[in-house]
Design a protein around this ligand. Structure first.
Ligand code: FAD
Length: 447
């Protein structure tokens, strides 16, 4: 029987284990997870803090259940400390002892870690990152015990914005600080402005073009580079993640320019017996083929399927990552896919944009809401490079259609032809996607 070891037991690791077991009843599969839990939902953590998900167990998967369902040997509190490629063994630490285990195939899914620099005067009791269940528990119990009334959130990306919403729902006043000139760098500045306006409408203080310099007053006063200071009972650092590549580097596995592990189309590292997936790898961009390191759950799940297929002898290549993403911010939804303006400019691509501000569905029908759509495309042939959607209803559907259009190599001239189904609760006879397509196509014809 084949012996397969998996390092990391959450997004990519648990998924690849389950997928391999579906295909292969005989393989011996062992997961090593340095934390206490496997297969938990990272993505649900902000909502447990905000009490939207009141039961902690709902985002955890009982290790025993996973073991029983998939017949996988799960070792928790087991940190892999070294990979010996020549002898095909790993070393891991469990119960303060070093053990070894041999493998035929090794799969790396150790994820990423929150970037958490140490600032002068920082008080660890009231300064948090959110990347693991212990991080989540620490924030949750601080809120229960200390009853903070104010929070500073450093970093206006996904996790920062999700934390703003969830802390706000606990009655905590939020100040959001980001060093760049806009919130959510993944979208263009015109779309980001709507997000910023919405934050302010919800009484969130937004500080842009400024960064945390140091703390004083037991970590409750934050001094910014610009000279101003902010009082906050607690601080969330949400300034990004970096891939956990140390094990791979120590084992001389190739690391790419993005700082993540290089893999081929079948998710193999430069050692064919070692695969890697998830936040720790770089994969080609679905549009440009340029390697990118993207920390999203959807690509990790697809990569798990690619690896499991390859192990059973099927050569299904991973075709690249678009980076489609979506976020809820109070009653606003923000989604984007593909390349944004900054990226297109840095690639020196000749591109055009079309924007549309409209209603999600028939405006007389209750629950309809404003929606703004933006598509970025090639002036020459209408190829769609990227899309961004912000609004109060129907955002996820429009984003999904645009992401599918990119994947299916549709051009902006195809968008008016899409039949997306109409009844007043859902759309208009001309769906916003159709109208966006007409607008974009007219810009092509002008050329
Ligand atoms: P992880 O799921 O992070 O798993 C890595 C595991 O490896 C960790 O449990 C770690 O303890 C373990 N590990 C590391 N090193 C070792 C070692 N040496 N030995 C043993 N174990 C080790 N993505 C989305 O698409 N949508 C979302 O809404 C979304 N929300 C998120 C919200 C939060 C708060 C966070 C933190 C992430 C969110 N993500 C979201 C990202 C998504 O969770 C990740 O992209 C996904 O989990 C990646 O899977 P992974 O296996 O690469 O890493």
């Amino acid at each position: 029987t084949q012996k397969i070891l998996i390092i990391g037991g959450v997004g990519g690791g648990a998924t690849v284990a389950a997928q391999i077991r579906r295909d292969n009843q005989d393989a011996e599969i062992i997961i090593f997870e340095k934390g206490e839990y496997i297969s938990f939902s990272n993505c649900g953590m902000p909502y447990y803090i905000g009490n939207k998900i009141p039961n902690r167990e709902d985002i955890l998967y009982a290790t025993g259940d996973f073991q029983a369902k998939y017949q996988v040997d799960v070792r928790v509190h087991a940190e892999v400390t070294a990979i010996q490629r020549t002898t095909k063994e790993i070393e891991y630490r469990q119960d303060s002892q070093i053990h070894t285990e041999s493998y035929d195939t090794l799969i790396l899914s150790p994820g990423a870690s929150a970037v958490a620099p140490s600032f002068n005067g920082m008080d660890m009791k009231r300064t948090f990152c959110l990347h693991s269940i212990p991080d989540m528990d620490a924030i949750h119990s601080f809120i229960e015990q200390e009853k903070p009334t104010s929070a500073a959130i450093i970093g206006a990306g996904f996790i920062g914005l999700e934390m703003v919403e969830n802390l706000y729902s606990k009655g905590i006043d939020c100040t959001l600080i980001d060093q760049s000139s806009q919130v959510m760098n993944i979208v263009d500045s015109d779309m980001a402005q709507m997000i910023e306006d919405h934050l302010k409408k919800n009484n969130v203080t937004v500080v842009l073009n400024d960064a945390l310099y140091y703390f004083s007053n037991q970590g409750q006063t934050l001094h910014l580079n610009g000279g101003t200071s902010i009082q906050a009972d607690m601080t969330i650092l949400a300034i990004g993640v970096k891939p956990n590549t140390k094990l791979a580097e120590d084992a001389s596995l190739a690391i790419g320019d993005t700082g993540a592990i290089k893999v081929n189309a079948f998710m193999q590292t430069n050692d064919p017996n070692i695969y890697a997936l998830g936040d720790v790898v770089e994969t080609k961009d679905a549009i440009t083929d340029i390697p990118r390191n993207i920390a999203l759950a959807g690509p990790a799940h697809r990569q798990a399927f690619i690896i499991a297929s390859h192990i059973k002898g099927q050569q299904i290549p991973y075709k690249g990552t678009l980076g489609s993403n979506i976020l809820k911010l109070f009653d606003l939804t923000i989604g984007s896919t593909g390349l944004n303006t900054d990226r297109l400019k840095s690639l020196n691509r000749d591109y055009e944009t079309a924007t549309l501000k409209t209603m999600s569905n028939a405006s007389y029908y209750p629950g309809s809401g404003e929606i703004w759509l933006k598509v970025l495309f090639s002036k020459q042939d209408g190829k769609i490079y990227g899309a961004q959607v912000v609004g109060f209803a129907g955002v996820d559907k429009r984003l999904a259609v645009l992401a599918t259009a990119i994947k299916g190599n549709l051009t902006v001239t195809d968008l008016p032809e899409l039949e997306l189904a109409y009844a007043p609760p859902y759309s208009s006879p001309k769906d916003p996607i159709n109208v966006l397509g007409y607008k974009a196509s007219s810009k092509l014809e002008e050329k």
